[in-house]
Design a protein around this ligand. Structure first.
Ligand SMILES: Cc1ncc(COP(=O)(O)O)c(C=O)c1O
Length: 387
């Protein structure tokens, strides 16, 4: 996209940088893991270079300026007021959720999630010897909805629910009404809710994000890592107005050593929130444009795959039910046949098995390459199926 002061069009070679996305295989277009193939805002790179110029990289403290950056960002973008004393620093959303699972539930407890959902929710629950309880989303006429009767029943069995808003992988921003119904049910059953809001800034341009309400039962996990492509700094914040809960979480995160800040993280976060808002606005337009490209391409060239309409994240959820091949086989076929790596829907829960997840946070040239490979793969698959 031209006419912006930022470059979202150049394809940056990420190979040989120990990059999880690009350094697995040669000649592969990876459109799976949730990071972006865009250069960060120049303000962030400058802040890192400034810190790197100082030649000592010892242990570091979390500066108040980092918390102030979060507070101002959430106040000005979402009109949500946070106080410094209600926040704790963590080395990432998943490390903090893992610590919360350990200090707020017991072994063998069930923990509620809404599937299909970010696959690491499953691992973090099971790795901590807890059990996943799924409140499956209802998929009807291409739209995802919450099954509130099932949620009501299942919340009576748990102490903890993990909500994903916006939802990864379906890309949905839950409405104010849906969020307040969830909140009421959590209060009714005395359930603590973790709101993972890591994708909240990545909405379609002009679309409003609805944060979960602030109340005593809610712990919010927030981070600029997705929005500003700085996940490699491993940094996030936990927020709750329930001081008793926060103290427990802080103690557990300390036990788990997941509360310390690496030497570059604070500089990146502060430059992102305080100086890179305009970059994010431009990025959102590019992602929205990419979404339209995928939508038009599928409609014109590959109508067997349907795009699930979404208003947030750069992760597209592709309905492949008409292809009649399970998602693991389909994703492995696309990878071996075309060098295109998309996530298999089943990774996000059994109910995701008819889907593929496609990360479109990349320059247009790469996106077109990925789409052509997708088409080539489906044509090859059909040829094979005919014999
Ligand atoms: C919903 C969700 N939560 C958490 C994470 C990971 O967060 P972190 O890297 O801070 O642990 C991701 C990454 O894709 C995600 O999609």
């Amino acid at each position: 996209m031209k006419n912006t002061e930022y470059d979202f069009e150049s394809v940056v070679d990420r190979k040989d940088t120990d990059c999880l996305k690009w350094d697995l295989f040669d000649d592969e277009v990876p459109m799976w893991v949730a990071d972006m193939d865009f250069k960060v805002a120049p303000q962030i790179q400058k802040a890192i270079q400034k810190r790197a110029n100082h030649p000592i990289y010892g242990y570091t403290i979390v500066p108040d300026e980092l918390f102030e950056a979060y507070i101002n960002w959430w106040d000005s973008n979402y009109n949500l007021k946070m106080s410094r004393e209600d926040m704790a620093y963590s080395t990432g959303v998943m490390p903090s959720i893992s610590s919360m699972i350990r200090c707020l539930t017991d072994e063998n407890d069930e923990i509620l999630i809404q599937s299909p959902v970010y696959h690491v929710f499953y691992y973090v629950i099971e790795d901590n010897n807890r059990k996943v309880l799924e409140n499956e989303l209802i998929y009807e006429d291409g739209v995802y909805k919450i099954d509130f009767d099932d949620l009501d029943e299942k919340l009576s069995r748990v102490k903890l629910m993990i909500l994903c808003n916006p939802q990864n992988p379906v890309g949905k921003i839950w409405s104010e009404e849906e969020l307040s119904r969830i909140s009421e049910l959590c209060k009714k059953h005395d359930v603590i809710l973790i709101a993972d809001e890591i994708h909240c800034d990545l909405t379609d341009p002009g679309v409003k994000y609805n944060p979960f309400e602030v109340n005593d039962n809610v712990i919010r996990c927030i981070s600029p890592s997705k929005s500003f492509n700085i996940a490699g700094f491993q940094s996030s914040v936990v927020h709750t107005i329930n001081n008793e809960l926060l103290e427990k979480i802080k103690t557990q995160m300390h036990v788990d050593s997941s509360d310390s800040c690496n030497v570059f993280a604070a500089a990146a976060v502060i430059a992102a929130y305080n100086e890179s808002g305009e970059w994010l606005s431009q990025l959102k337009k590019v992602i929205y444009r990419n979404k339209q490209i995928v939508k038009d391409f599928l409609a014109a060239e590959l109508p067997v795959i349907k795009l699930v309409e979404c208003d947030a994240t750069y992760l597209l959820w592709l309905d492949c039910s008409a292809i009649d091949v399970n998602s693991k086989i389909l994703s492995e076929f696309l990878r071996s046949n075309q060098g295109l790596f998309l996530s298999a829907g089943i990774d996000f829960g059994e109910c995701g098995d008819n889907f593929l997840r496609m990360n479109i946070a990349c320059p247009e040239k790469l996106l077109i390459d990925g789409l052509q490979r997708l088409k080539g793969g489906i044509i090859s698959l059909n040829n094979i199926k005919q014999f």
